[in-house]
Every structure is written in C-alpha cells, then in structure tokens.
Design a protein around this ligand. Sequence first.
Ligand SMILES: NC(=O)C1=CN([C@@H]2O[C@H](COP(=O)(O)OP(=O)(O)OC[C@H]3O[C@@H](n4cnc5c(N)ncnc54)[C@H](O)[C@@H]3O)[C@@H](O)[C@H]2O)C=CC1
Ligand SMILES: O=C(O)[C@H]1O[C@H](OP(=O)(O)OP(=O)(O)OC[C@H]2O[C@@H](n3ccc(=O)[nH]c3=O)[C@H](O)[C@@H]2O)[C@H](O)[C@@H](O)[C@@H]1O
Length: 433
Amino acid sequence: MRISVIGCGYLGAVHASAMAELGHQVIGIDVDERKIAALAAGRPPFYEPGLPEILASATASGRLRFSTDIADAADADVHFLAVGTPQVPGSGAADLSYVDAAFESLLPHLGEGALVVGKSTVPVGTAARLASRLRADAPHASLAWNPEFLREGFAVKDTLEPDRLVYGVAADHAASMLDQIYRAAIEAGTPRIVTDYATAELVKVAANSFLATKISFINAMSEIADATGADVTALADAIGHDARIGRRFLNAGVGFGGGCLPKDIRAFTARADELGLGDSLGFLKEVDAINLRQRQRVVDLAIEALGGSAFRKKIAVLGVTFKPESDDVRDSPALDVAVQLKGLGAEVVATDPEGLENARLRHPQLDYTSSTHDALRDAELVVLVTEWREYRALDPEEAGRLVAGRRIIDGRNVLDPVAWRAAGWVYRGLGRP
Ligand SMILES: NC(=O)C1=CN([C@@H]2O[C@H](COP(=O)(O)OP(=O)(O)OC[C@H]3O[C@@H](n4cnc5c(N)ncnc54)[C@H](O)[C@@H]3O)[C@@H](O)[C@H]2O)C=CC1
Ligand SMILES: O=C(O)[C@H]1O[C@H](OP(=O)(O)OP(=O)(O)OC[C@H]2O[C@@H](n3ccc(=O)[nH]c3=O)[C@H](O)[C@@H]2O)[C@H](O)[C@@H](O)[C@@H]1O
C-alpha cells in the first residue's frame, strides 16, 4: 500500500517507520523542517528504543521518505493523521487546531478512493465532523478512525504487535483497506474490533482514563497506607493476584505524566461537560487531583527529610522524563517536583540519561548534569522520580560515599528500603512504612 503519515512526532515517526517495515511505501509529512531533515537522514528526532534500526533500514531501502510538502502525499491510498492534540492552555479541552489544519491541507490532494485515517486522540464527535467535511469537499475519499495504543519506550513493538486493532468506520471498504495494511498483525492473531466512529474515539479515551484511574486508585491507597503504617506495595501485590484486578499499573509513586494520560482525562471531562454529562465523568477530576497531589507529597516529604526547609540545600533529582525509556518531559511529574523544590530555594541538580535536552528547553532555570555521580556529590537529599534502570541499580553504600547526607525519597517505590536503611540512609517511599 502507498501510505502517508501526517505528523511525525512520537506517534507518527514510529508509525511511518513501522508501516515501511511491514513493506508498505510510506511518506512522512511534518511542518517541522528540523524534524523532517533528521528523519530523512535516518536519525530519530527523539529517543525511542528500536526506532533507529527500523528508521535506518526503511529510509535506506527507499520505502520510507519524508517531506514538509503535503502535496508529496498525493499519491498515497491511505493517509494517517498523527498530529498533536494538546490541551488548550487554561482549559482542559483538546486543541483540535492541528488536526483541522492538517486535514484541510490534505483535502486538495486526496486521490480517487483515498482513505483518511485518524490516529490522533480526539474528542468523540471529531470523526463525524471531518467525515461530513469530506462528503462536502472530497466525496471521492472516505474516513476511518484507528486509535493508537502504543506506549513510549515500547512504541515499535506496540505498533508491530498491538494488543488489538480498533477501526471506526462508516463503510466496509475502509475496514478492508486497514486489514491490508495490518495484515501481518491480523494473521498473527491480533484481535480486531470494527465499529463506528464514536465508539472508536471513545475506546481510546476510555482506555487511557481507566489506566489513569488505576494509578490514582493505588496512589490514594498509598495515602491511606502512609496514615496507617501499611505497605502499599504489598497491598498492590496482594490485590494484583486477583486476575480481575491485575498487578500492572498498580505502582504507587509520584504519579502519571506525559503527553497523553493527563491531557486525555482532562479533554474527556471537558467533552463530557459539553455533552451535559459532566457528572458521569466527575470521578476523572478526582483522578487528576489525586495524581497532582502525589507531586506535592514528594515535595512535602523532601522538606520533612531536610528538617523543615529546603533553602540552600543541595538536592539531587534523579530523572526528569515522565517515565523511563523515553526522553519525553511533557507534563513530567519529575520535572514538576524539581521546579517546585527550586522554587523553595533548594539548589537542585537534576540528571537523566535521555531527557536533559528537552528538560533544558522547558525549564532552563534548573541546573542539570548528565553524570549521576555529579548530581549525588555533596547532596543533602536524593529524590528519585523517574525509575531508570541505572537509578534502580544504585548501590546505597557507593551512593552514600558521594552525598553529604544519607537521605532519599524514593518517588517510585523501586528501591529496597531494607538495604538502603541498612546502609544508614533515611529512606522514604510513598505508602511504605
Ligand atoms: N505519544 C504517544 O505515545 C501517543 C500519542 N497519541 C496521540 O497521537 C497524537 C500525536 O501525539 P505525539 O506524536 O505524541 O505528538 P507530537 O507533538 O510528538 O507530534 C505531533 C507532530 O505533528 C506535527 N504537526 C502539527 N501540525 C501539523 C500539520 N498541519 N501538518 C503536518 N504535521 C503537523 C508537529 O510538528 C509534530 O511533529 C496525539 O493526539 C496523541 O494523543 C496516541 C497514542 C500514543
Ligand atoms: O495515549 C497515549 O499516548 C498512550 O498513553 C499511555 O502510554 P505512555 O504515556 O507512553 O506511558 P505509560 O506507560 O502509560 O505511563 C504513563 C505514566 O503513568 C505512570 N505510571 C504507570 C504505571 C504505574 O503503575 N504507575 C505510574 O505512575 C508512568 O510513570 C507515566 O508517568 C498508555 O499506556 C498507552 O496505551 C497510550 O497509547
């Protein structure tokens, strides 16, 4: 199939490369010239394990090209829309201006029988609106909504071997075209749900809302655990053995961040409000509030560990990205904690294996180092906020020789409290006695 992918960010660059890996002829389009130049040269503009390999092989084979000119997408049979849908500043609603602009720019280039496939996460009702636009101005083309469930850090595997495929379609031929694209996954047994536009749009935000709720649930339990001396990690293990609950996504800590979960639950709530159904999703506001409270809890624990004030104290912040195996710092709890501590007068030194470039752009006021040792050296407090493997593997004795005070806040509950305390550290996790 000839495919275009419009928007080559975290989602689109991986999707374009993975589609070429499957043997399709792909063109990636983006308005960002630097991004396109890097991708065309076979260099991913962000960190994603596995992407360099498939991008390099696909660009070298000629199956994958990139352009900033949407007219270069005109030959494609299928056009994936993968542009951003960020939060409107000051409101929870999704900003659809990028989707609308990309869609409008594509309209004049749609060939006979072309299929436009939405991948971006959008408020329910968006696909129906774009479909009616197609009927008016490009009736020879049609629309499908095919939400994406990939996780950063596992994006290549999740794209090539998804848990499920969801197609929101208005006609059978759209589903057949998508089947041709995803033939390899379908033949490998990937479940495929063919449904209407509204359901497909809702599946995506419902999935992210459920995941966010699961995390906030366990974080609420961690607050109760802290107040009662219980251990939230043992609690998660115990309830997680019940297959109906499941242990995954029950890790208490500084909470969820990133370019998706936080904005998606807010956009879903805003859409429900528009539909007059605000009460139905009222609990998502609580999910959001619990999540933001976790960041404050980490800051409060830090102050407490420092005897009541962070002023002029050196604090090593381990991690700036919203999760390991990604360089993404969008709505990162780790960076939020670092910024708050800096605001309280602390001398914050943040470190991260992959996220420093993005963090510097967003928060130039912080001090950064790429060396974990330099961050730890003479610190009076260590705050672990992103559980990169190298931080999980820190040796308490070795780290203890670098710091000025053996105090650590484990914002991800990933260290062994017994080992750290045995090495003389004051250890605090969230919901761990
Ligand atoms: N990042 C992720 O893990 C996932 C993201 N999503 C959804 O996918 C969408 C994209 O997310 P990300 O890739 O993370 O965002 P991103 O911000 O990394 O990428 C969006 C890209 O679209 C480009 N763009 C904006 N307007 C354009 C236009 N008119 N024409 C061509 N390109 C244009 C931007 O330059 C940027 O490179 C969002 O709706 C997000 O919720 C869904 C699943 C996973
Ligand atoms: O719509 C999206 O963009 C994507 O959002 C999430 O993927 P992602 O944001 O890459 O990261 P997750 O692995 O879901 O983690 C999200 C956040 O939750 C936090 N988290 C995760 C699990 C957990 O138990 N506890 C916890 O605090 C992570 O640290 C991270 O900050 C979903 O998992 C994907 O299925 C979805 O496609």
